[in-house]
Design a protein around this ligand. Sequence first.
Ligand SMILES: *[C@@H]1O[C@H](CO)[C@@H](O)[C@H](O)[C@H]1NC(C)=O
Ligand SMILES: *[C@@H]1O[C@H](CO)[C@@H](O)[C@H](O)[C@H]1NC(C)=O
Ligand SMILES: *[C@@H]1O[C@H](CO)[C@@H](O)[C@H](O)[C@H]1NC(C)=O
Ligand SMILES: *[C@@H]1O[C@H](CO)[C@@H](O)[C@H](O)[C@H]1NC(C)=O
Length: 506
Amino acid sequence: MKAMSLKSVTFMIFVAFLVWSSAFETCNARRGKHWRQSRSSSDSSLWKKKGSSSSHHRSSHNNHNGGSKPKPKPPSYHKPTPPASPPPYSKPKPNVPPPKADDGGHSEAFEAAWTAACKVESSIMIVPTDYVFLVGPISFSGPYCQKNIVFQLDGKIIAPTSYKDWGKGLLWWMDFTKLVGITIQGNGIIDGRGSVWWQDYPYDDPFDDESKLIVPLYNTTQKHKPIPVGSELDGKMPSIKPTALRFYGSFNVTVTGITIQNSPQCHLKFDNCIGVMVHDISVSSPGDSPNTDGIHLQNSKDAVIRSSTLACGDDCVSIQTGCSNIYVHNVNCGPGHGISIGSLGKDNSKACVSNITIRDVIMHNTMNGVRIKTWQGGSGSVQGVLFSNIQVSEVQLPIVIDQFYCDKMKCKNQTSAVALSGITYEKIRGTYTVKPVHFACSDNLPCVDVTLNSIQLKPMQERYHMYDPFCWQTFGELTTPTVPPIACLQVGKPSSNRPQSDHDAC
Ligand SMILES: *[C@@H]1O[C@H](CO)[C@@H](O)[C@H](O)[C@H]1NC(C)=O
Ligand SMILES: *[C@@H]1O[C@H](CO)[C@@H](O)[C@H](O)[C@H]1NC(C)=O
Ligand SMILES: *[C@@H]1O[C@H](CO)[C@@H](O)[C@H](O)[C@H]1NC(C)=O
Ligand SMILES: *[C@@H]1O[C@H](CO)[C@@H](O)[C@H](O)[C@H]1NC(C)=O
């Protein structure tokens, strides 16, 4: 809203639901590369006016079923008030009737609306409330778009669930690239309807290495993942699963208000972006949905993620290589695998991460709390990380550094490593169910300047074997007594710390 009222908004571009006619219109926007029209697979339930029966509030944690939606707000709530007032929602023209039953989807309407929005600075593309749109893989891209476009999402966008719509597999579903000042706002929902992908979870998909540390107490029957089978009617989903919403190569990106749920894979990703603001959003997918990270940041700088609720099947927030000046605060995480830096240094790559602050986070029922994970054989460094005021409850491993990360059964031992230094943990409090602290650092490049302050972690024997704090090649200091005592941390600096070569340093 702020952005809109500051700039004088002159145009309102509605998603033109030319669904009665869109099938026959030409379309200028670039479609997702492998998007194919599949009228044959139409399903009358794919679009509908949203029912009033599902009006859970957005902040309800585990609305995994894809059916819930936030309480509808009066349309005027999101209306900017420019001098020349735009047509209200109730005007018949832009408020197009619901789509026809045999329509193949609404990608074309979105492409047409984007093409129009792209041409006008500070334009607003509205996805109106109360409607559900089926949209295939789609790219909203610059670099020739004007600045400060607002994508006002009040309705619901759903992904196709037929393998036919995904070609051989795509890395993302909705892709925003090379834009300057792009905002997605509103109280709408982006639903990846990922369950069809999760069922097809192949055996060789990566798993979370820390699960090896979690040993059940009782020999309960192992839950086996269903064997991927393609039924005769419907084929198997591609093994490459899309991220629901990705921003690439953009400046000043804001995502606020919306819910992103049930992504086939990661929900929201930023790559090569400078200036990212994510706030008051909700990510929701089941705790056992494979590799469904909440928010991924990669090669991005100056990002703030705050005041959001993240429930998913993998890391709530994942900070990858090339990130600096990242501030995550007032976030609820769980279920999920916690907040992670990494994994870094895979396939002998160089990773550089610095100046990361994670604070005022509540984690419930997550695998990890705050974690740094790096592969053996990498290079580069992680420097300057503060984890502060993290409230954990029933978290398996609240504090983890794992420099032996390996998401397969075995990885070969290597000497080089991503160097970790200046990692501070303060006010990490609550309950754990497996091990309070697990620091596994590289033999060659021990972790240095690891500081622990006001750590209070109490055991809760639930279903797992429990362990004492563990440290390996971890140096630093305890600035206050801790609960439990963490005697394994080595005070001071390692005596024989072989510095990285210039080539390996960041
Ligand atoms: C646990 O169950 C597996 C098979 O379900 C069995 O092979 C194994 O011996 C059991 N282990 C224990 C400690 O009971
Ligand atoms: C991003 O926003 C900041 C603050 O509003 C502004 O100073 C900067 O010029 C913007 N960046 C670009 C590339 O427009
Ligand atoms: C570190 O990041 C914060 C934002 O999280 C920023 O305000 C601060 O200036 C950065 N510090 C340095 C030294 O770049
Ligand atoms: C790697 O090193 C660990 C610890 O020294 C050792 O237990 C393990 O057997 C080694 N693995 C391989 C594949 O050499």
